[in-house]
Write a protein that binds this ligand. Structure first.
Ligand SMILES: *Cc1c(COP(=O)(O)O)cnc(C)c1O
Length: 383
């Protein structure tokens, strides 16, 4: 198979998650499937057609290169929305292909207006509001200055949406800030409407906001992490469970990342394992060498922290994760064989490795580990 590890993507898990998300938001709210970061590591080309089969017809990406990959892989027409980077030629390319995009700079509005005029095709834009994230978007004062440009753009630019993004809806710590952002958004929207501009779709919610702040759902929700079966944070999961006491985790993970044992090493008590002295064998040990390392996105932070599954049993990563290999402790796993399957992420038998179980329950870990899965690990769709 010419590769030391591979990724399986479960179709039934995605069907299940999409059905859950649609039930959660109801028929009035549109679901936009966020597939930036190579579909959170799942692979745009594998994930997007599968999502379409599950009834998704709206996708959000960060940039034109991702939009282009989406266009190439989609089997049916769908709305594509670029939330981030586009250079000048890409603005024109986007309009030509009917791709919608966020506008958060006067320059991009001008570029869109010019390109739309040239192409004889309207640009479909989403005005992004600065509400407190302090990243991209127009403040109320900047919106006021934008009005003349919007006026000039009439007929060439369609106001497809007005949007904003919350700075940490996955943590209760940011509660006041999120509410403040919501109220600023409403003010800015009201201002736009009083000036005669009526965005077709109002949207502000990511996964965490969708769960914890239902009033942020509006016309459309931009859902990334949850469609892949992961919660934005343990807090968001607890919030959900608090509202649905009878229910277990409604999400299923799509991804299983697998490798196999490459070699074994017996290490006497007292010896150090791998580079440096971070791990000293507390007893005589048997280690399995697994041909995956940080070059394939298995973070070096998981040195002496991570766990994998072999024969349905957890095996701890010992020593530093190397570029291409890591060592795991199989001393207590009877009958291990060369080429035994190693699950790095996902389920084997009764056990599961979730990203969160990698010790550190940091919010960003799910997102980061997934998106760091390199594009060149083969991906396969399984039922
Ligand atoms: C990534 C992103 C989302 C999706 O976030 P999740 O937490 O993965 O649901 C939504 N909106 C914007 C602007 C984003 O950048």
């Amino acid at each position: 198979m010419f590769h030391s590890s591979y990724i399986e993507i479960s179709k039934s898990a995605l069907q299940h998650n999409i059905a859950f998300l649609k039930e959660e938001i109801g028929p009035q709210v549109k679901l936009s499937s966020v597939v930036k970061g190579n579909a959170y590591g799942h692979g745009i080309e594998h994930f997007a057609p599968l999502a379409q089969e599950c009834g998704v017809d709206h996708f959000s990406v960060f940039s034109a290169d991702e939009a282009e990959r989406l266009l190439q892989s989609l089997k049916k027409p769908a709305t594509i929305m670029v939330m981030g980077y586009l250079d000048q030629p890409e603005v024109e390319w986007a309009i030509a292909h009917g791709i919608e995009f966020f506008v958060f700079e006067p320059g991009r509005l001008t570029a869109a207006t010019e390109a739309a005029g040239k192409l004889g095709k309207p640009a479909r834009i989403h005005l992004e509001m600065e509400t407190g994230m302090n990243r991209t978007g127009f403040t109320l004062a900047q919106l006021e200055k934008l009005l003349p440009l919007l006026h000039q753009a009439r007929g060439k630019v369609e106001l497809a949406g007005a949007c904003t993004h919350y700075a940490g809806a996955e943590s209760l710590q940011n509660h006041e800030r999120v509410l403040d952002q919501l109220s600023k958004y409403k003010q800015q929207l009201q201002y736009l409407e009083s000036a005669g501009y009526h965005p077709a779709q109002c949207h502000t919610a990511c996964s965490a906001a969708m769960v914890s702040y239902p009033e942020t759902r509006m016309d459309l929700v931009r859902i990334g992490i949850m469609q892949y079966g992961f919660w934005p944070s343990p807090e968001t999961y607890r919030h959900y469970l608090g509202l649905h006491r009878d229910r277990k985790d409604p999400l299923r993970r799509l991804i299983t990342w697998k490798s196999s044992i490459m070699s074994f090493k017996n290490v006497p008590q007292g010896e150090f394992v791998g580079y440096g002295t971070s791990f000293q064998a507390p007893r005589d040990m048997q280690l399995a060498i697994v041909p995956v390392g940080y070059a394939w996105g298995y973070s070096r932070n998981l040195s002496n922290q991570g766990q994998v599954l072999i024969r349905g049993v957890r095996a701890a990563v010992v020593g530093i994760v190397n570029m291409n290999v890591m060592m795991v402790d199989v001393t207590d796993i009877p009958g291990v064989q060369p080429e035994d399957e190693v699950v790095l992420l996902g389920t084997q038998g009764e056990e599961s490795i979730t990203v969160a179980s990698f010790g550190e329950l940091s919010t960003q870990l799910n997102y980061e580990l997934l998106t760091r899965l390199p594009i060149n690990i083969p991906r396969y769709i399984v039922e």
